[in-house]
Structure formats: structure tokens, C-alpha cells
Ligand binder design. Structure first.
Ligand SMILES: Nc1ncnc2c1ncn2[C@@H]1O[C@H](COP(=O)(O)OP(=O)(O)OP(=O)(O)O)[C@@H](O)[C@H]1O
Length: 231
């Protein structure tokens, strides 16, 4: 019996999205995107700049709503749910990593990873223990008390992964997570990410321009003309 392996963690169906709707300068970005990501699967989202990757990731991560189509996370349809329900699911089930780490500059690495846990109702001691464990797992435990500005780009990005993983999400969404790093650092950070994903059985949708990194993921989808195709 292999039900869990077959579980769909993310299902996007018929997603459409435009900006400036109804105005003469309307930009129709997504024209009916379909995508499923199974439990434990790492999918590369490959697309040229401006194709709509960020738009799709924001919709998948419940940060934005589609004009049409459905978004299911762990089997729950969320496109029409209340803001409160969407926020709860986002906090508990979704982790985000951005191209530029977006860490809070006035907080230490440790605190950056504690913040989402505290917002999710985790007790302080448990949040700190989890943060330390995550930092150790990606080799930056010694930087726990440092602020982002005192760390290298690769270290900052590993801290950003830890923050995304803090609440034990089912789904990791990453928008060019190694895009601002040099090739060697990018490779190291990506390997740390893949290891974390494999150890935790997480599902991930990772947008990248880097075809070598895309080739190391389980599956690739390409975005073109507002649609997704297997690639
Ligand atoms: N708030 C907005 N208002 C109007 N147009 C927008 C808005 N946000 C994005 N767009 C347009 O939608 C299109 C897709 O943007 P998006 O950021 O999703 O692309 P992307 O594939 O992530 O690009 P990049 O790789 O350059 O980050 C672009 O043409 C962009 O200019």
C-alpha cells in the first residue's frame, strides 16, 4: 500500500490571472495552468523572465488569488476560502524561499527562523530548539546569533531555507532561490536544499533559469505563453 507516496500536495487546475483586468493595458499572464505536485516530488518550473513564474508561485502559495481556476493544498480547495483559513494553511503547510533571502535584517538567524513558528503558536523554547536543529542540518549552526548582514549570500540563503522549513510545511515554493549566487555557492546551497527536502519527504516547486539545477529535480515543467507543459 503506497497511498502516501501517491498523495497530491499541490493541485492547480485551470489557473488564469491577469493584471489591470478590463483596462486597455490588461496583461493576461496565466491562461489556464494545470499542475500537480505529489508528496515527496521536486518539480522545476522553468520559464523565461517575465513569463509569470512569480505570479504562479504566489497563487500556489495563497499569497494571491487567481481570476479563474482552483488551488488545492493537501486536498483542500482554497481559492474561495476566507482570508483567515488561507493564512492558517499558508503558515502551517507552505514554506517560501525567494531569490533574495528577505530575512529580517534586525533579527539574528535564529530569530528569523523562530518568528514564523511563534506566529504559528509554537512555544518559545520549542521554536528555538527547532531553529537550531534546522541551522545545524544545513551547516550554519555556528551563525545562529549573527544578523543577515554579517553572513555570506549562501549562508543567508540557507537560513532562508530553514525559515521556510520552520513550521514543517508539506510544500516548499522557491522563486529562483539560488539566482543571485555564484555558480559554486549556488550548487552548494541547492544541494543543502535537496538534502533537506529528501530527508523530510517535502514536496517542492522550484522556479529556476538554471537548466543544470532543473535537471537534478524529479520533473520539469515549462511555462510559455501563459501555459505549462511538461519539459
Ligand atoms: N502588479 C502587477 N501589475 C501589472 N503587471 C504585472 C504585475 N505583476 C506582474 N506583472 C506582469 O506580469 C508578467 C509576469 O510577471 P511575473 O513576475 O510573474 O514573471 P516572472 O516569470 O516571475 O519574471 P522574472 O523571472 O523576471 O521574475 C510580467 O509581464 C509583469 O510585468
Amino acid at each position: 500500500m503506497n497511498d502516501r507516496a501517491g498523495e497530491t500536495v499541490l493541485r492547480l487546475s485551470g489557473i488564469e490571472k491577469g493584471y489591470n483586468r478590463g483596462k486597455p493595458n490588461e496583461v493576461k499572464v496565466l491562461r489556464g495552468c494545470d499542475l500537480t505536485v505529489a508528496r515527496g516530488e521536486v518539480v522545476a518550473l522553468v520559464a523565461p523572465s517575465g513569463a509569470g513564474k512569480s505570479t504562479l508561485l504566489h497563487i500556489a502559495g495563497l499569497l494571491d488569488t487567481p481570476d479563474a481556476g482552483t488551488v488545492e493544498i493537501a486536498g483542500e480547495a482554497l481559492q474561495d476560502k476566507s482570508d483567515r483559513r488561507r493564512t492558517l494553511v499558508r503558515r502551517a503547510e507552505v514554506g517560501f524561499v525567494y531569490q533574495f533571502h528577505h530575512l529580517l535584517p534586525e533579527f539574528s538567524a535564529l530569530e528569523n527562523i523562530m518568528v514564523p513558528q511563534l506566529a504559528n503558536g509554537v512555544a518559545r523554547g520549542a521554536a528555538e530548539a527547532r531553529a537550531r536543529e534546522l541551522l545545524d542540518s544545513v551547516g550554519v549552526g555556528a551563525r545562529a546569533d549573527h544578523r543577515p548582514a554579517a553572513m555570506s549570500g549562501g549562508e543567508q540563503q540557507r537560513v532562508a531555507f530553514c525559515r521556510a522549513m520552520a513550521n514543517g510545511p508539506k510544500l516548499l515554493l522557491a522563486d529562483e532561490p539560488t539566482g543571485n549566487l555564484d555558480p559554486e555557492t549556488s550548487d552548494r546551497v541547492f544541494s543543502a536544499l535537496m538534502q533537506l527536502v529528501q530527508e523530510t519527504g517535502l514536496s517542492a516547486l522550484i522556479a529556476t533559469h538554471n537548466l543544470e539545477l532543473a535537471a537534478r529535480m524529479d520533473r520539469r515543467v515549462r511555462m510559455n505563453g501563459g501555459l505549462l507543459t511538461a519539459g
